[in-house]
Design a binder for this molecule. Structure first.
Ligand code: AMP
Length: 181
C-alpha cells in the first residue's frame, strides 16, 4: 500500500538544531514543499487512505497545516476549514488553550464552520507532544464534527502525541518518523 514509488520524502525535510530554542530539533518541511515531487508525494500520501471514506471538510491547523490541508481539500474536491491561532478569525469562535513543545498557545475555529455529523479529515505538518492536535480535536468534537482521521507528514514518536491521539480513539496517519525530538 505504499504509493511513494521510491520517493524518499524524509530526505527532503531539513533539520535545524536548536530552533526556535536550544534543544529543539526543528523539522523544516519548507524544503520538502519546495520540491515539486516532494510536495505532490506528500499530498498524495496524506490523502490516499481516505479516498473511499466520506469526508465533508478538510481542516488544517495554522500555519503549515494550511498549505497541506488546502492541497488535500482541493484534491479530494472538498471544502477547507482553518483552525487558527488566537485572535485571527474574524467571526464568532470557539477556542482551546494547549501546551506546545516550546510554549503555550490557543487555537480557534469559527463557531459555525462545521455542523453536527460533519466528517473531518484533520491535517498538520507534524505531531510532537500532540498538544496542538488534541486541542484541534476538541474544537472539532465540540462543534459536533466526527474525525475520520488526523494526518501528519512527520511524527516524533518519542514525544508520544500520535499514541495519545490513538489512545483517545482517533485514527492517526503519518508519513515519516524522526527518532528523538
Ligand atoms: P505538538 O503540539 O507538541 O504536537 O506540536 C506540533 C506543532 O508544533 C505542529 O504544528 C508543528 O508545526 C510544531 N512543532 C512542534 N515541534 C516541532 C519540531 N520539532 N519541528 C517542527 N515543528 C514542530
Amino acid at each position: 500500500m505504499d504509493l511513494r514509488n521510491g520517493f524518499d520524502i524524509k530526505r527532503y525535510i531539513r533539520t535545524i538544531p536548536d530552533y526556535p530554542k536550544p534543544g529543539i530539533m526543528f523539522r523544516d518541511i519548507t524544503t520538502l514543499l519546495a520540491n515539486p515531487h516532494g510536495f505532490r508525494a506528500c499530498v498524495d500520501e496524506l490523502l490516499w487512505p481516505f479516498l473511499e471514506d466520506r469526508v465533508d471538510y478538510v481542516i488544517g491547523i495554522e500555519a503549515r497545516g494550511f498549505i497541506l490541508g488546502g492541497a488535500v481539500a482541493h484534491e479530494l474536491g472538498r471544502g477547507f476549514v482553518p483552525i487558527r491561532k488566537k485572535g485571527k478569525l474574524p467571526w464568532k469562535v470557539i477556542g482551546r488553550e494547549y501546551k506546545l513543545e516550546y510554549g503555550v498557545d490557543r487555537v480557534e475555529i469559527h463557531a459555525d464552520a462545521i455542523k453536527k455529523g460533519d466528517r473531518i479529515l484533520m491535517i498538520d505538518d507534524l505531531i510532537a507532544t500532540g498538544g496542538t492536535a488534541d486541542a484541534a480535536v476538541s474544537l472539532i468534537q465540540e462543534s459536533g464534527g466526527e474525525i475520520v482521521s488526523a494526518a501528519f507528514v512527520v511524527d516524533l514518536p518519542s514525544l508520544g502525541g500520535a499514541a495519545k491521539l490513538r489512545d483517545a480513539g482517533i485514527k492517526v496517519h503519518t508519513l515519516v518518523e524522526f527518532e528523538g525530538d
